[in-house]
Design a protein around this ligand. Sequence first.
Ligand code: HEM
Length: 109
Amino acid sequence: MTHYLHYLAAIVLLAMAGYALARHLAHDKNGINFTLSGIVRFGLLGILAVNGLVLVWCNLAGVILPPGFIIFLDISPIVLVMLLLGVTGFCWVTKRSWIVVRTVGAEER
Ligand code: HEM
């Protein structure tokens, strides 16, 4: 059950990341810029997603990897999540935002 919830959340996360990437590539920023803490948090989420994709690949039948690397892959999401929790908690207490929205005049659009 936990696995299905995880995979469902992973699909939503990857879909949102794909959408954000498409808008970024289309230069459709709407004046949105990341703050430093936003970059750190999005960065951690990005590494988590890549880590998850590598885990999916290494769980496929026929993929043989060194045991040490598999242990590293298994432990890293837990470590990353602890880091993300710590950073998010810190940003919550110090009221740091993920993004800043700069309103752009019509002539600049
Ligand atoms: C915010 C994003 C994510 C978080 C917080 C997260 C967290 C975790 C955690 C804590 C584990 C358990 C590690 C262990 O059992 O030792 C895990 C495992 C796993 N994750 Fe994620 N993950 C994320 C995104 C993803 C994504 C995007 C995918 C797939 C595309 C994914 C696929 C997997 C897989 C396949 C496993 C191994 C499950 C198993 O073999 O039992 N994860 N993840």
